[in-house]
Design a protein around this ligand. Structure first.
Ligand code: NAD
Length: 249
């Protein structure tokens, strides 16, 4: 049931890490992956790698913090491909420091990229999905937004917002045949996490029952499930893919 043949999927943040893995797995299962990223060269590189395997992908560069650009991008996909079946909001960004050492401009940027950078593409996609009578949205949250992370307070606040936003959207648009779910990754081996203090990473991994970082493809597998017909009765859920970090009864 994880078959995206004939479907069009737009993935923000598709130029790197988790987003690139999501684009690849959706394309492997038959989708046309529209690889969206602020970094045009990175988006094209992901799309070219997918095409080199015989799957379908194209690149699209826009900034998820720019509402008008999000709307234009989604409309261009609809006009070129006759609709938009799947939206995955994976663009994200953070740094690691104590809240008391941070400036308000940094907090605003974190909210702009991670929270408004989710809200704006989703709002644009819903215009199309409501008109076509269905669709699937998967947002990328973070375990920081569920259980908190020292050094990432504002990011955790923004990702907690992504979770509450996703649930609210799920309730709002269910009657249009649109599902909205979140995937909540634990620490994943991507460029975003490179350069972390090894001592901090070792401490963190002691709290992960499976005792390792996630691979981007493992997060992508959760996204593919939630976006697919296999999850046709699942909406408003948060799927943690974190090696057991936040398991609860
Ligand atoms: P990454 O840095 O490898 O990739 C993020 C991509 O988003 C980059 O290609 C970047 O150019 C793009 N991007 C950033 N700002 C953008 C903007 N304003 N407009 C458009 N594109 C923009 O990061 P990643 O680790 O693959 O993270 C992907 C998602 O997963 C993010 O939402 C992140 O918060 C989340 N996440 C990551 C981890 C982890 O440990 N890596 C853990 C939990 C959640």
């Amino acid at each position: 049931m994880i078959d995206f043949s004939g479907r069009t999927a737009l993935v923000t943040g598709g130029g790197s890490g988790i987003g690139a893995a999501i684009c690849a797995v959706l394309a492997e299962q038959g989708a046309l992956s529209v690889v969206a990223d602020l970094d045009a060269a990175a988006a094209e590189s992901t799309a070219a790698a997918i095409r080199s395997k015989g799957d379908r992908a194209e690149a699209l560069d826009f900034d998820v913090t720019d509402d008008a650009a999000c709307r234009t991008a989604v409309e261009s996909v609809r006009d070129a491909h006759g609709g938009l079946d799947v939206l995955v909001t994976c663009a994200g960004w953070t740094l690691m420091h104590r809240l008391v050492d941070e400036e308000p401009d940094y907090w605003r940027r974190v909210v702009d990229v991670n929270l408004l950078g989710t809200v704006q593409p989703v709002a644009a996609a819903l215009q199309v999905m409501v008109d076509q009578g269905g669709g699937a949205i998967v947002t990328i949250a973070s375990e920081a937004g569920r259980i908190g992370t020292p050094g990432q307070a504002m990011y955790a606040g923004a990702k907690g917002g992504v979770i509450a936003f996703t649930k609210s959207v799920a309730r709002e648009v269910a009657r249009h045949g649109i599902r909205a779910n979140a995937v909540s990754p634990g620490i994943t081996d991507t460029p975003l996490m490179q350069g972390q203090d090894p001592a901090d990473m070792a401490k963190f991994l002691r709290g992960v029952p499976l005792r390792r970082l996630a691979r981007p493809e493992e997060i992508a597998a959760g996204v593919a499930f939630l976006a697919s017909g296999a999850a046709s009765f699942v909406t408003g859920e948060v799927l943690s893919v974190s090696g057991g970090l936040s398991m609860a009864g």
